[in-house]
Design a protein around this ligand. Sequence first.
Ligand SMILES: [Cu+2]
Length: 146
Amino acid sequence: MIGTTPNMHRVLAAALVAIAVAGFVCRTSPAEAGPSGREEPAAVIVISDAPGEFMPRTVTVRVGDTVEWKNTGGIAHSVEFVGEVFPKGTASSESGLMAPNKSYSFTFNAPGSYAYICRFHVINGMIGKIVVVPDQPVSGTTAGTR
Ligand SMILES: [Cu+2]
């Protein structure tokens, strides 16, 4: 039996990211509800301990979408946005300390690129990014946007 090597883990993580990205690109139905009317999170980001990371690391959502972070690890983490000025009327952008099994949700009401960190493990590279695009149907590939 072959153990899980760090390499395999990497491949697995990459595959998960690919699946997640494909899922977002392929989403065809236009918004059924208004920007604030969607209840379920548009994306769920899994927080794990070994290594401490956000998976997937980069997520693309639309304006009005809610992103949820779930701490599946055994230690505390956090989600804190950095280097971005949130638009007026946007709520606080910090999860605070997230104990194991805690989750945190945030709704993005303005397009932009939102980088965030885990306060406790940023030194180990525990960072992530949410890209928020305008709320309109995605046609074709988004790879070649100018
Ligand atoms: Cu952490």
